[in-house]
Design a protein around this ligand. Structure first.
Ligand SMILES: Cc1cc2nc3c(=O)[nH]c(=O)nc-3n(C[C@H](O)[C@H](O)[C@H](O)COP(=O)(O)O)c2cc1C
Length: 348
């Protein structure tokens, strides 16, 4: 019944209290975690105890890193983080579509900025792989070389505390959020990142709305060895196939749609990428994951790991546990000894 952003703030407040209360989180870990060797995998050279991660956007400022490990997630991705602190768009900017198990958001990259997020990461225990999602500050005057400098500023501050970096080229909520879908700009930026020493794996997060031409351009950059994997996919600006009252949807206005309505589109993209790259480009599959079946579908489509955001809003705090225990059963039923054996079986 609560306004969605208020509910998010309350949940975050609870999470912060929970993770900082001595002994309670570890005492309750067994309620949330599923231990099964079949769920363990090595992706991008990192060890994951299970393949279910929290998607970018929930913990923008890395304040809940340890909390989500206690909730049974196998990894988390904080951010999107920008060089400068940013307040985002005017509220309200987050809306539920319960009949579609979906959310529309136009947060506009609100976050405390790279410096604060780096301190928060340093202060957390990071008990599992922590990805840091960075993107360009949502300031339309930052373009061209200034855009590259802006992202490198965040990258340099954050990569030492990150197990992997995701570069988000797909924000639907800023005027020029997709600048780096242009392969030449993406190439130049990633080459600069790669001049740094001991950088973690770098992934690129693409939009659900990416066209074939733009996808080919991004993959070409990947074939040159400039990034290590893809996060597929961000929200869509489209409104196709919704069952919610069209006048309510229209009243909400612009924003990225997530949850069930993007599930199939994201799986299609994952299958396409798996077949175009012969499975050589590791993918984190995200979009409409909220059950063991939907996570398994992403894995069989070609995702080595999955993430979710909207699924947690509708399914609640046991979502990672439920997905992991269901995945264990599904893998066993199909005779797979590990998640990695099931990756891409639809397309192979
Ligand atoms: C309220 C909200 C805020 C989001 N913020 C970000 C963000 O800052 N950066 C990003 O890369 N993705 C962001 N996302 C997109 C999610 O990470 C994810 O790609 C998308 O929601 C699809 O997954 P889902 O269907 O499980 O929600 C956001 C999603 C929601 C719902």
């Amino acid at each position: 019944m609560l306004d969605p952003e208020r509910a998010h703030s309350l949940a975050s407040f609870f999470g912060k209290v929970y993770q900082s209360t001595p002994l309670i989180p570890s005492a309750l870990d067994s309620l949330f975690t599923v231990e099964d060797g079949a769920l363990i995998s090595d992706v991008f050279g990192l060890d994951f105890a299970n393949p279910v991660g929290l998607a970018a956007g929930f913990d923008k400022n890395a304040e809940l890193v340890d909390f989500f490990a206690h909730l049974g997630f196998g990894f988390t991705e904080v951010g999107s983080v920008t060089a400068k602190p940013w307040s985002g768009n005017k509220k309200p900017r987050m809306f539920r579509l319960p009949d579609d198990c979906a959310i529309i958001n136009r947060m506009g990259l609100n976050n405390y900025g790279a410096q604060v997020v780096a301190s928060n990461l340093e202060a957390s225990e990071r008990p599992y792989p922590v990805g840091v999602n960075i993107t360009k500050t949502a300031d339309n005057d930052i373009i061209g070389d200034k855009a590259i400098e802006d992202i490198l500023f965040s990258f340099d501050i954050l990569y030492p505390s990150a197990d992997y970096i995701t570069f988000n080229i797909s924000c639907p909520n800023t005027k020029d959020g997709k600048t780096f879908e242009d392969p030449d700009s993406l190439d130049s930026l990633l080459r600069e990142m790669r001049k740094r020493e001991s950088i973690p794996p770098v992934l690129v997060k693409i939009s659900s709305d990416i066209g074939h031409f733009a996808l080919d351009g991004v993959l070409d950059v990947g074939y040159r060895g400039l990034f290590d994997g893809l996060v597929v996919a961000n929200t869509t600006s489209k409104r196709k196939g919704l069952v919610s009252d069209p006048s309510y949807v229209e009243k909400i206005g612009v924003g990225g749609l997530s949850g069930h309505p993007i599930r199939e589109r994201s799986s299609q993209l994952i299958r396409l990428i798996y077949s175009l790259t012969s499975g050589r480009m590791p993918v984190i599959g995200v979009g409409g994951v909220d059950s063991a079946e939907s996570a398994y579908d992403k894995i069989k489509s070609g995702a080595s790991l999955v993430q979710l955001y909207t699924g947690m809003i509708y399914q609640g705090p046991f979502v990672a546990r439920d997905i992991n225990s269901g995945l264990s059963e599904l893998l066993e039923k199909d005779g797979f000894k590990s998640v990695s054996e099931a990756v891409g079986v639809y397309v192979r």
